[in-house]
Design a protein around this ligand. Structure first.
Ligand code: ACM
Length: 781
């Protein structure tokens, strides 16, 4: 028996589906994300009906979980479910109970037993009970009800997380998020069994936490004038000055959010960034800074050089701020930033240099280390642990600090080798401000795609770590930096479903991780997102249409999706695409007048947006996202700055900030008479230091022009499209020009702007080639 168990355990390490012993493939039917550690099917099923009751003992925490589950089930699965006291009926019942689970199951472990007539969720602690309830909710939302009844197959699930730290970071400094939007994120994190909300509360662009005794932190530090001409001209009648943007959280709001999160097993870890990322604080209290004070709170992105100084009075202020933070946040960890503290202002400050000497230090890095150690002593004296970005390793790590590794995983490796704990949040893979695909229609973001599969494939244990060092990896976290995420709906879109992949990597045993299996559980997850009103991305499945005009006059269309998962189906006659439409198997030859519709289906459900349109138009135009960038130095997807409020009313431009230049490869120009380009402008609000001088714009007229060359960017000029006065332009506009003696056959078209200044920056939105004979099918709609 023992030998058999050992062999089974060995096989289980190799075979992902093995943890469900019994019916082969059964585990794949359980629509739970993150995938449970162990699943054992039995016979029969529980039927969830409006009459089903949730029974709870006389315990406030358990009662709260029961009420929460009843509400969630009633809203999303089966209306009418109510709470009763334990011991009432013994059938048609879901029982939640604290019980001693066998072995060394921790607080977050749970056992979920589904049998006909009765479901029992048991855990050592309310945390585990909450997670068991989440899994049960997922079983109840695996499919649509039939005759008002939901059937849940009998099963025993025994589950516990792989990592204790399963985090998401919200950056409310760059763009303020109102408390209801934060509550939404907490709700949605909890439904993924994510348990740490790292709250980035302060930065160069905003100070968001009210601190008694320091009113200017929020009176001044929480507000900025947004970048760009349109914002500068938007005068607030109350002040006669440009209207300010921002916001902050009062102590009451923070207490409410902390309690709200705690009920959902989410700990809020606050971050007060120091010694850098301090411009908003220094705009409020210049005496805290080294060198000249800033003119105000920054509206720029990038690394700023304002640092706190190292005066005793400054530490007194920082400690007063932290004392308030400790009052508001019960989290054992307090994040003190520590990242990207460019030392120029310390280098040029006589007082800071004198302090370095006095302390017997050699370098500014050592001074930063001394600074962080001093803050650690304060936190430790109050029973808390310091966590900081991996720069806190430089100049010597504070004695008990935990390192958040963001510049790859090296910070975690170094921390673990020194015997310190680490959380992995490496850029770019776990930086969810990166866009999810290169398809038009993605909201703004940082460049370089971070796909759903990239996140799912992330291995949280760097292979350099020894067995002993591995124990120092507390877990993983994704960061939602918000320079380019200015709306709550966009935040959710950037988070989901990548947070589902993150959650599974953080929770499930490595042997249970399998992309195809995960993907098979996404249709149900997407349906849950719809039920809950979560704006989410389908980028992994969205269909890319590559349509190319061939010299012969027909158009070749290739369809693909990012993940290569699911079945792409299409129609070319203007009818709706459905699960019954023909599957795409090979490139299509279609007429310019054909109307294409395509989508990806998985498990019989549509899991992508619908792609398509008039084929002639698809073949004759490219959005910036579909063009190649001439270089990839600092790729961003940005919005124009027109004063438009609606989420999707703006165009989003893909650009290499260091070299705004786009290429359309392999274009056949036969029969092309005219070129149309829609172009826009974005404010150039980027702090790039000396790199700014490396951006070379071709000189042109006062208003500038779009220059089009054939045979690449050094090739012959084929069109010059004059731009219009930027001051007159409040959004995207369409330019048009004749092609002058273009080469025949295939060529690479290169697009660049001439301009006399960088700000605002002209950017390409879309180019279209108009073929006279097909003008109806190729001109812009
Ligand atoms: C960071 O991205 N500056 C931690």
């Amino acid at each position: 028996m023992v030998a058999r168990a050992i062999i089974l355990a060995f096989l289980c390490a190799l075979l992902p589906a093995c943890a469900s012993q019994g019916r082969p493939g059964f585990a794949d039917d359980l629509q739970i994300i993150p995938r449970p550690a162990s699943v054992s099917p039995s016979s029969g099923a529980f039927v969830l009906r409006p009459s089903t009751r949730i029974a709870v003992p006389d315990d406030d925490e358990v009662r709260w979980i029961g009420a929460w589950l009843a509400d969630l089930l009633s809203r999303t699965a089966q209306p009418g479910i109510q709470l009763v006291d334990l011991g009432a009926p013994d059938s048609d019942i879901i029982v939640l109970q604290i019980a001693s689970l066998p072995g060394n199951a921790g607080d977050e472990a749970y056992r979920l037993q589904v049998s006909p007539g009765k479901i029992v969720v048991a855990a050592n602690d309310p945390a585990g009970l909450f997670y068991g309830a989440v899994s049960l909710w997922q079983l109840a939302t695996a499919g649509a009800p039939v005759d008002r009844a939901i059937t849940i197959p009998a099963v025993t699930i025994e589950d516990a997380p792989r990592f204790a730290w399963r985090g998401l970071m919200l950056d409310v400094a760059r763009h303020y998020l109102p408390p209801p939007a934060i509550k939404n994120m907490i709700d949605w994190m909890a439904l993924h069994k994510l348990n740490v909300l790292h709250w980035h509360l302060t930065d160069d662009q905003g100070w968001r936490l009210e601190i008694p005794g320091y009113p200017r932190l929020t009176e001044v530090g929480a507000w900025r004038v947004p970048a760009g001409e349109a914002a500068a001209q938007d005068i607030d009648p109350a002040t006669g000055q440009p209207r300010e943007y921002g916001g902050y959280y009062t102590a009451d709001e923070v207490r409410d959010l902390v309690a709200y999160a705690a009920k959902r097993q989410v700990t809020i870890v606050p971050e007060i960034d120091m010694p850098g990322h301090a411009q908003a604080a220094l705009a409020a209290y210049p005496q805290l800074g080294a060198g000249e004070p800033p003119a105000g709170v920054s509206s720029d992105w990038g690394v700023h050089d304002y640092l706190f100084n190292v005066e005793e009075s400054t530490f007194a202020t920082l400690e007063a701020i932290l004392a308030e933070v400790l009052k508001l946040f019960p989290s054992p960890y307090i994040h003190i930033g520590g990242d990207e503290a460019v030392k120029t202002r310390w280098e040029s400050s006589e007082r800071v240099q004198a302090r370095i000497n006095e302390l017997g230090l050699e370098t500014e890095a050592e001074l930063q280390s001394w600074f962080i150690k001093r803050i650690e002593r304060f936190l430790a004296a109050h029973g808390r642990k310091l966590i900081g970005w991996d720069e806190i390793l430089e100049g010597g790590l504070a004695p008990a600090a935990t390192v958040m590794s963001w510049r790859g995983v090296d910070g975690a490796v170094e921390a673990a080798s020194l015997g310190h704990d680490a959380v992995l949040t490496p850029s770019p893979t776990l930086y969810f401000d990166h866009f999810q695909s290169r398809l038009p229609g993605e909201p703004p973001g940082r460049g370089g795609v971070v796909s759903l599969q990239d996140v799912y494939s992330f291995d949280p244990i760097p292979e350099e770590l020894s067995e002993a060092e591995r124990r120092h990896v507390l877990g993983i976290q994704a960061n939602l930096w918000s320079e380019h995420i200015r709306l709550p709906a966009r935040l959710a879109y950037m988070a989901f479903p990548r947070a589902a992949a993150l959650a599974e990597v953080a929770w499930s045993p490595p042997a249970r991780l399998d992309w195809a299996n995960f993907a098979s559980r996404l249709p149900a997850q997407f349906e849950r997102y719809r039920l809950l009103g979560i704006p989410f991305a389908t980028s992994a499945f969205d269909v890319r249409v590559a349509a190319d005009w061939r010299a012969a006059g027909d158009i070749v269309v290739e369809l693909s999706n990012q993940s290569g998962t699911g079945t792409i189906r299409y129609t070319a006659d203007g009818s709706a695409v459905t699960a019954g439409s023909p599957p795409y198997t090979e490139p299509l030859r279609l007429a310019a007048s054909a109307e294409l519709a395509a989508a990806t289906f998985l498990g019989g459900r549509q899991v992508s947006r619908r792609a398509g349109g008039r084929v002639g138009r698809l073949a004759s135009q490219r959005w910036s996202q579909e063009l190649e960038l001439c270089t990839r130095r600092l790729v961003l997807s940005l919005e124009d700055d027109a004063p438009v409020e609606a989420t999707d009313a703006r165009r989003v431009f893909l650009v290499d900030l260091m070299n705004p230049c786009w290429i359309w490869r392999g274009v056949d120009l036969s029969g092309v008479a005219r070129i149309e380009a829609s172009v826009g402008q974005v404010p150039f609000n980027f702090q790039l230091g000396a790199d700014r001088d490396k951006i070379k714009l071709a000189p042109g007229s006062a208003t500038g022009e779009l220059i089009v060359r054939a045979n690449g960017c050094q090739g012959e000029l084929v069109a010059i499209l004059p731009l219009l006065d930027p001051a007159l332009t409040d959004g995207v506009r369409v330019l048009s020009g004749e092609l002058d003696n273009p080469p025949q056959g295939e060529t690479d078209l290169c697009f660049r702007f001439t301009a006399r200044k960088l700000d605002p920056l002209w950017v390409l939105d879309r180019v279209a080639l108009v073929r006279e004979r097909h003008a109806r099918d190729t001109a812009a709609p």
